[in-house]
Design a binder for this molecule. Structure first.
Ligand SMILES: Cc1cc2nc3c(=O)[nH]c(=O)nc-3n(C[C@H](O)[C@H](O)[C@H](O)COP(=O)(O)OP(=O)(O)OC[C@H]3O[C@@H](n4cnc5c(N)ncnc54)[C@H](O)[C@@H]3O)c2cc1C
Length: 262
């Protein structure tokens, strides 16, 4: 079983800070991590390899330091990595990101592509589904449980929905996006960390990829971010505390009536 896991390096932030003058994210001094949802994807791929044999390749498009995210995945147990890095890739929106990754995946052998549900910085959850469309393969998103069918040709996935979950069977090759709860990602051990840097890491630039440059990065992006700003902070609500239920209910009704809600 050949499994490709696209992973993204993201800033480790609880709250994104924005430069009010330039309208851009402040990244200086913010440590970077492997996107947490991609840890679930890497863990699932390794578990499948352990149970059914095969090979796990992690793939990222990002600046030179993004190789640290690949090393983490290799330390967890992935077999090899592909690092797509070039100034020409910079400024990509989700379309150009997905196109670039899909063009690379087309050159590789795969039965499964497992993405994270979303990246915790961009947060669009678009890249996985877009890659599937570009590869013309089925996609199952928000997967919280995964099995390989006895025939070894199909996956059976539990896909999270607002109401519960769907059980979907699909023939491989298929793209999945992994959500929290699918597994408990392992922590890389010392041996894994030592082995990681000796595992193969292919570096791919725009020339190696061999697609027209105006399809890549900023030039290939139909959308552009004009401004980034934090959401306005909500004023604290009214708390009804330390009063009995009857008085609280009365005050609540009065409050809603005053607001014209009832
Ligand atoms: C309208 C718009 C314009 C943008 N313009 C710019 C810009 O000008 N400059 C800029 O730097 N950024 C820009 N971005 C951000 C950039 O497009 C995203 O960082 C990138 O496309 C990934 O999207 P996401 O973070 O929402 O990932 P999601 O779609 O939420 O990620 C889902 C999954 O896809 C995979 N994945 C995502 N990104 C990668 C990657 N790079 N490599 C491998 N796998 C990946 C991972 O498995 C991840 O869990 C823009 C985004 C939008 C929406």
């Amino acid at each position: 079983m050949k499994i490709i896991v696209p992973v993204k390096q993201v800033p480790e932030v609880a709250e994104v800070k924005v430069n009010e003058e330039t309208g851009t994210l402040i990244r200086d001094g913010v440590p970077s991590i492997l996107n947490p949802f991609d840890e679930f994807a890497v863990e699932e791929a390794i578990k499948i390899k352990e149970a059914h044999g095969g090979e796990v390749t992690v793939l990222t498009m990002g600046p030179p330091q993004a190789k640290e995210a690949l090393w983490k995945a290799l330390a967890m147990g992935a077999d090899k990595a592909v690092h797509m890095t070039d100034r020409i890739f910079a400024g990509a929106d989700t379309w150009a990101t997905s196109y670039t990754l899909a063009e690379q995946i087309k050159k590789m052998e795969y039965d499964l592509v497992i993405c994270g549900k979303q990246a915790i910085d961009g947060d669009t959850a678009q890249v996985g589904p877009e890659i599937a469309e570009l590869l013309s393969i089925p996609q199952i998103c928000y997967v919280r449980h995964l099995e390989i069918d006895e025939d070894g040709k199909h996956v059976i996935a539990h896909r999270e929905t607002d109401e519960g979950y769907d059980v979907i069977k699909a023939r491989m090759p298929v793209l999945l996006t992994a959500t929290k709860g699918i597994n408990e990602p392992r922590l890389p051990n010392v041996m894994g960390i030592m082995k990681a840097k000796k595992k193969p890491m292919e570096v791919v630039d725009a020339a190696t990829l061999g697609v027209p440059e105006d399809e890549l990065g900023l030039k290939g992006s139909p959308t552009q971010v004009r401004k980034v700003f934090p959401p306005t902070k909500k004023a604290g609500g009214v708390k009804l505390e330390d009063i009995d239920a009857k008085t609280a209910a009365k005050q609540l009704v009065e409050f809603l009536a005053k607001k014209g809600a009832i």
